[in-house]
Design a binder for this molecule. Structure first.
Ligand SMILES: Cc1cc2nc3c(=O)[nH]c(=O)nc-3n(C[C@H](O)[C@H](O)[C@H](O)COP(=O)(O)O)c2cc1C
Length: 341
């Protein structure tokens, strides 16, 4: 049976960022937020080391698995295989603009083929009882991809977006996560595709008004709690990516959206103290503690102690990382360590 959870906010799937170490760390800051895996291809799930790709700690729930795929059969197989893990939701990536992903007919280029997305979502539904969601953009532009839905390589028109939603949502995904900018499939790097095409929140709000049955999550450039609250006046939920990663303390604010108060007040000290046993475990099992710590780089963002913290955790050393964290607790500015976050 799928787990049930109230949903208002999620941390975006981010390759090389939202691995199991980051997710454990994020969970120390927010109990309620839906977390995402990095994008994993259906082929990797089918042919790869599934335990390494899919294992996670139950503290990470609620957790969504994001899959990139190019055809319904493979996707069906991958979702079936992932049934052995307790993910709360399975998400289809139809928003990633990278050449590698598009070249393999995955990610944002799928938006040129809404019937195919419909089939893929339907295949996912027949493989699992878990909620199925899809993440996409507000449109795409391409000099290479054309389709009956997008004969001129352009999908930027609002009516076309409504038509797109109406086609793919016949599969009844429980949520459309919409990165509120188009993806330009050739000529821009993935990074530029997260910065250059302008954000259009109003368009997403209008889409929610015009397709009220669709459950819409907005994503892109959201940086503070007031912005989150404003978006929630217009759409069903919000997704935060880079700001949560680069300034993790931001995540400590998210549970207030659920009126949930942590039993003890959170401070940077309490977060580091709670992370130490996790790092010790990694060290005992010979896993990469340095990688896990790299996700905490922004813990002192915009605060005194920030450069000291960054230096401490990023300097390669052969010594114990958990010991290094203990020492950091006495050498970092004490008032910042003990300030409620
Ligand atoms: C380093 C990085 C990796 C990303 N990887 C993925 C991914 O695997 N799947 C995906 O759907 N989006 C991916 N994204 C896009 C984010 O999920 C999100 O849509 C985007 O960053 C916009 O949200 P933001 O402005 O809050 O960061 C990635 C973004 C970044 C910065």
């Amino acid at each position: 049976m799928p787990n049930t959870f109230e949903h208002k906010i999620s941390i975006a799937p981010m390759v090389d960022k939202t691995d199991k170490h980051f997710r454990f760390f994020a969970r120390l800051l927010t109990k309620k937020t839906l977390l995402y895996t990095e994008m994993i291809t259906a082929q990797a799930i089918i042919n790869g080391d599934r335990k390494r790709l899919l294992d996670f700690d139950s503290i990470e729930n609620p957790l969504a698995l994001q899959i990139a795929a190019s055809n319904p059969e493979e996707l069906y197989q991958a979702v079936k295989l992932a049934e052995d893990w307790d993910y709360d939701e399975i998400n289809l990536n139809a928003g990633c603009p990278s050449d590698r992903v598009s070249g393999n007919m995955m990610g944002a280029c799928l938006m040129a083929y809404p019937d195919l997305i419909f089939e893929m979502l339907s295949a996912m539904k027949s493989a699992t009882n878990k909620p199925i969601t899809v993440k996409h953009r507000i449109g795409i532009s391409s000099s290479k991809v054309t389709s009956p839905f997008m004969p001129y390589g352009e999908f930027k028109d609002y009516d076309q977006l409504v038509e797109f939603i109406n086609i793919i949502n016949k599969a009844n995904p429980v949520r459309n996560i919409i990165h509120a900018r188009i993806a330009i499939l050739e000529g821009l790097s993935p990074k530029e595709n997260r910065e250059i095409p302008p954000l259009d929140y109003e368009l997403v709000y209008k889409l929610k008004e015009d397709t009220p049955k669709a459950n819409i999550e907005i994503n892109g450039g959201i940086k503070d709690l007031d912005q989150i609250k404003e978006h929630l006046n217009h759409v069903d939920s919000v997704m935060i990516g880079r700001e949560a990663y680069s300034n993790p303390v931001f995540m400590a604010k998210f549970d207030s959206l659920y009126d949930y108060k942590h039993p003890v007040s959170l401070t940077r000290r309490s977060i580091i103290e709670d992370f130490i046993p996790y790092i010790e475990n990694l060290e005992r099992s010979g896993e990469n503690a340095h990688l896990a710590l790299s996700h905490t780089l922004g813990l002192f963002q915009n605060m005194p102690g920030s450069s000291q913290w960054k230096r401490l955790i990023s300097t390669p050393s052969r010594g114990s990382k958990s010991q290094l964290l203990r020492e950091a607790l006495s050498s970092l500015p004490q008032d910042i360590l003990d300030k409620e976050i």
